[in-house]
Write a protein that binds this ligand. Structure first.
Ligand code: CP
Ligand code: NVA
Length: 301
């Protein structure tokens, strides 16, 4: 593993290795056991979109590992004024030990990896959010003590989260049911991958059907960052694609709820379901820290 660009690139063994190390680092942090694996290393964090969790968990995680994080807003970098990614990649490779980038096009992340010579970590693109999915898998494993054999249900937009979750869950032995409205299915690349898993994958239009006997119910916003102009149109298209009591009644009684956050209450999830499952959702947010520390150690040590 040289980079973390998207879940499609990871083998099941690599995912398990990250999750196992994440569990260990979480244990070490909780028990004040030093784990300064990245002393003297620097991580550049390029943000072209807003962030609370990704920024704070990477920055804190790097500090806990003994390294130094640099927050680089694209507004301040020359990349925001048109300096090519190829040049930015080659320059930053001379200074830094690794780069985390949050941006729009997956191609930009892939190009950083292609032209640079240091590990690149995708902190969210329009196509993928692998850091979030590693934290999600870690959380599901904490609650269910396994991944293999579970049923995972996602309700909502066939977006970066649906894409990465579909791949991550299938690769770790879960079955995946997506409930997405027509016109908002994941892209062909993801559907082609999922088809290889036969009846372990389905995409339906009814959220209650997708949730039947599910162990995990997941949802995300109807309009992602960059889609603010479509918010009204999307509110209409996604009406009914909400995690609510009816969806929860179809799932297993011990089902957990996950949300990558930020959440829009009474849109993709009701306040009631959100608050009833808040512990699971905030454990998930916490696990961003531990999962990303594992990724940084494996890529940068
Ligand atoms: N879930 C997530 O990536 O949150 P931020 O946008 O706050 O980083
Ligand atoms: N799909 C959301 C995820 C945010 C973490 C977005 O891209 O805005």
């Amino acid at each position: 593993m040289k980079h973390l660009l998207k879940m499609l690139d990871l083998s099941t063994e690599e995912i398990t290795k990250i999750l196992d190390l994440a569990d260990q680092l979480k244990y070490e942090l909780k028990n004040n056991i030093p784990h300064r694996h990245l002393e003297g290393k620097t991580l550049g964090m390029i943000f072209q979109k807003s962030s609370t969790r990704t920024r704070v968990s990477f920055e804190t995680g790097m500090y806990q590992l003994g390294g130094h994080p640099l927050f680089l807003s694209s507004k301040d970098l020359q990349i925001g004024r048109g300096e090519p990614v190829q040049d930015t990649a080659r320059v930053l490779s001379r200074y830094l030990s690794g780069i985390m980038i949050r941006t729009f096009a997956q191609q930009e992340v892939d190009d950083l990896a292609k032209y640079g010579s240091i590990p690149i970590i995708n902190g969210l693109t329009d196509f993928a959010h692998p850091c979030q999915v590693l934290a999600d898998l870690m959380t599901i494993r904490e609650y269910k003590n396994k991944l293999d054999g579970l049923k995972f249900c996602f309700v909502g937009d066939g977006n970066n989260m649906a894409n990465s979750l579909t791949v991550g869950c299938l690769k770790t032995g879960m079955s995946v049911s997506l409930a997405c409205p027509e016109g908002y299915h994941p892209p062909k690349e993801i559907l082609d991958f999922a088809k290889g898993y036969g009846d372990k994958f389905e995409i339906v239009s009814d959220p209650v059907k997708a949730a039947e006997n599910a162990d995990v119910i997941y949802t995300d916003v109807w309009a992602s960052m960059g889609q603010e102009g479509e918010a009204e149109k999307r509110r209409k298209a996604f009406a009914g694609y909400q995690v609510n009591d009816a969806v929860m009644a179809a799932a297993r009684p011990d089902a957990i709820v996950q949300h990558c956050l930020p959440a829009h209450r009474e849109e993709e999830i009701t306040e009631k379901v959100f608050e009833a499952h808040a512990n699971e959702i905030f454990d998930e947010a916490e696990n961003r820290l531990h999962a990303q520390k594992a990724v940084m150690v494996l890529l940068m040590k």
